[in-house]
Design a protein. Structure first.
Length: 260
């Protein structure tokens, strides 16, 4: 696992966007699109702004990109202000040249939620798998909506959200955790780990304990982010604030690697 430490969130976001752009631009298609997994939430917003800027400057096109989002709330229609469909179109898709038919987001209003999840896994497989999955981490170390205790071999499914997650997301629902949906559809840990490459953003003091557990702790289903330790091409990109619980020697080691 590679840990890339940046001074602040802005620097982290620029680096992440340029890394993704480099992967897309360097993709040898051979008739196959670049398949990109994407998250929602506050963590990727800076990266999305930087990707839009790269697109506007003519340095990046999404015309040959297929996307799969990590998750969606159950019971929210696509046009709900807090649906992840709405989030993605507001914060990225509407401002780049992606083809709408190449965008895949789980349907939280599906009549058969289990069938929706199974079909999602099938759609990923039909595209040849995900080339790079971008993610964010929760304060408790969850990846997507794979809350503490989730199986590390899990696939796309319906998950009950923990009180901590609903409290953390209450800021998007008028500050009331009870207004946050209690369940969500999410890709599994196994789904993410099947990707050829995984890149996770960890930013801020409130994520420091999660980062410490993921980097210095063992692989543990109580911190699903720790699964990245076993992935052959996993990167965690973080800011200085998120490293506060790491040993000084750990931070120094990873910073020195990046300078080589």
């Amino acid at each position: 696992m590679r840990l890339v430490v940046h001074r602040d969130y802005e620097e982290l976001s620029r680096w992440t966007a340029r890394y993704i752009a480099g992967r897309i631009n360097g993709h040898e298609r051979g008739g196959r699109p670049f398949v990109l997994g994407l998250p929602t939430g506050s963590s990727p917003l800076g990266t999305y702004r930087e990707l839009i800027d790269l697109h506007k400057r003519g340095e990046l096109s999404f015309a040959g990109v297929v996307t799969f989002n990590m998750d969606e709330y159950a019971g929210l229609p696509e046009d709900h202000p807090q649906s992840y469909h709405r989030f993605m179109w507001d914060n990225l898709f509407s401002q780049v040249d992606i083809d709408k038919k190449n965008v895949h987001i789980l349907d939280g209003m599906a009549a058969d939620l289990a069938g929706e999840c199974e079909a999602y896994e099938g759609a990923i497989a039909a595209c040849g798998g995900i080339d790079l999955f971008l993610g964010g981490a929760g304060a408790d170390g969850h990846l997507a909506f794979n809350e503490p205790g989730s199986s590390l071999s899990s696939r796309t499914r319906l998950k009950t959200l923990t009180p901590d997650t609903r409290i953390a997301n209450a800021r998007f629902f008028g500050g009331d955790p009870q207004r946050v949906p209690a369940t969500a559809l999410t890709v599994g840990v196994g789904t993410v780990m099947d990707s050829r490459e995984v890149l996770v953003i960890v930013s801020g003091h409130n994520k420091a304990r999660a980062l410490q557990a993921a980097v210095e702790g063992g692989v543990n289903h109580m911190c699903t982010l720790s699964c990245l330790q076993t992935h052959p091409r996993a990167i965690i990109v973080c800011d200085d604030a998120a490293t506060e619980e790491l040993k000084v020697g750990t931070v120094r080691y990873f910073k020195e690697i990046e300078r080589l």
